[in-house]
Design a protein around this ligand. Structure first.
Ligand SMILES: Nc1ncnc2c1ncn2[C@@H]1O[C@H](COP(=O)(O)OP(=O)(O)O)[C@@H](O)[C@H]1O
Ligand SMILES: [Mg+2]
Length: 232
């Protein structure tokens, strides 16, 4: 393999001139233009920028929750920018762990079952689902809460549950959109510590954050303004 190939393969995310236009009634909103970024495997990247600058739009595209209007996206060396929704959902379930600001847990399921869900979609048998769910929940320090429902947990515990759910498919990358936005400072720091520990263990992490302290500790920072990359 020549050095060019090695370099390509070390990139888990590669976008080429991505553009996203939302159609809101008769108005077009250009949320991203000419976004070309590379993210290395085993790196910790923070994405910062003012409110409305396109951070969530970008993260949703990177997380295969949405597709760009134009431009290419290679995830783990596979072109995903033009996939149909069902194919995209399949790739997402295999390769992406997504953590939302609002946790997005199912209220009627206990946390063991919440965390198992991606494995249920992937067709994994019951026994293995339960074993792996317990494993990742103890990784985030929640082994004593398995039968609790989300509303019986604190905000920090809910977010730790969401991180466990993101981990359960052993994803190529974990994406988090302002994961501490609904938490108090101390709890938020505890959550950020978990991301750093995962990074230390070799997990690739991308976090959208307003927190400069967090952004400074990342080994790579992407700054976005008015849908354009201003620092990469
Ligand atoms: N579904 C949508 N329909 C129309 N406009 C949208 C939609 N989602 C986001 N936008 C617009 O796109 C721009 C970028 O939004 P967003 O990516 O949510 O920014 P950020 O996460 O940085 O706050 C904003 O102007 C926002 O109003
Ligand atoms: Mg946002």
């Amino acid at each position: 393999m020549n050095s060019k190939n090695i370099k390509q393969n070390s990139m888990v995310i590669k976008t080429d001139s991505i553009e996203k236009i939302y159609k809101a009634g008769k108005v077009n909103v250009r949320a991203l233009s000419d976004v070309s970024i590379n993210i290395k495997r085993n790196s910790y990247t923070s994405i910062t920028g003012p409110s409305g600058s396109g951070k969530s739009t970008l993260l949703h595209i990177l997380g295969c929750l949405d597709t760009p209007t134009s431009g290419d996206y290679l995830l783990d060396n596979v072109k995903v920018s033009n996939l149909k929704p069902n194919k995209l959902a399949h790739i997402r379930n295999q390769k992406i762990g997504f953590v939302f600001q609002t946790f997005n847990l199912l209220p009627n399921l206990n946390i063991l079952k919440n965390v198992e869900l991606p494995l249920l979609y992937a067709g994994v048998q019951k026994k293995e689902r339960s074993e792996r769910s317990r494993e990742v929940l103890s990784q985030v320090g929640l082994e004593h809460r398995l039968k609790h429902k989300p509303n019986e947990l604190s905000g920090g515990e809910r977010q730790r549950t969401a991180i466990a759910r993101a981990l359960i498919n052993k994803p190529a990358i974990i994406l988090a959109d302002e994961p501490t936005g609904n938490l108090d400072t101390t709890t938020g720091q505890g959550i950020m510590k978990i991301f750093y520990e995962l990074y230390d263990m070799g997990q690739t992490i991308v976090v959208v954050t307003h927190d400069n302290y967090v952004a400074k500790r990342a080994d790579h920072t992407i700054n976005i303004k008015d849908g354009k990359i201003v620092q990469h």
